[in-house]
Design a protein around this ligand. Sequence first.
Ligand SMILES: [Zn+2]
Length: 241
Amino acid sequence: MFLKVALPDNHPLRMNYEEFYQAVVNQQAALEARRLAHKTPKLFPALLVRYAQVRVSLYFQQQTASSLQVGVESFMDMFTKMALSQAWEPDMPAEILKILAPPPPAAVVTGTTPAAGGSTNTRTNARTTPPAGTAPTTRAPPAPAAGAAAAGANNRMLQNDHPNAAFAPYKALGLKIKTILDRTGREPLPKAADGTTDMCLSFHVKHFCSSGCGRAVDHVTHTTEQDATLLAWCATNYVSS
Ligand SMILES: [Zn+2]
């Protein structure tokens, strides 16, 4: 994590952050209950992350503006406020809310033309001559053909162009996806939209994957609910051992 690199072991900000992080881990069951009762359960995990993030950046702002050693407030007041039913939720930037509540993934179709017949020769005279045999010209076959071509042929590197910032703490752990997936006793991954394929950790946590990935069906922008489910899974399973 960034703080581990930037700050010495005994720096109060780092100690406060680690105390907070441990408390979140230790109180997972209680937090899950709070999440379900929360007015925006889908936003809840992101709010927790944001809470710590706001604290950290406030510290750096204050410390940058001051030539004296700035005191660090404990992060733990969040739990106190929760226990007292006080408002603790930080403001979320509009961009984040947009990422967390993306438009329905209907218009995601990419214009990938399936490389017909492989990469043999370039056809220059395609023009408007309809291929003999196919009399009623229909729309180009969409998803299946493109998907098959992508999976079969070259393994292109894919970037998640709409990454959800709520996964940043997990990405920052720098763990290998294989390490996470090979771990015995981990919970099964949440399913992608097709209901059978596991969600793609690489694409959603690390923000990149390859076109030949077996979970490519999940290489789409998640709904708020899907991300919340994956975040909940990460909270228990995407951890340093
Ligand atoms: Zn993938």
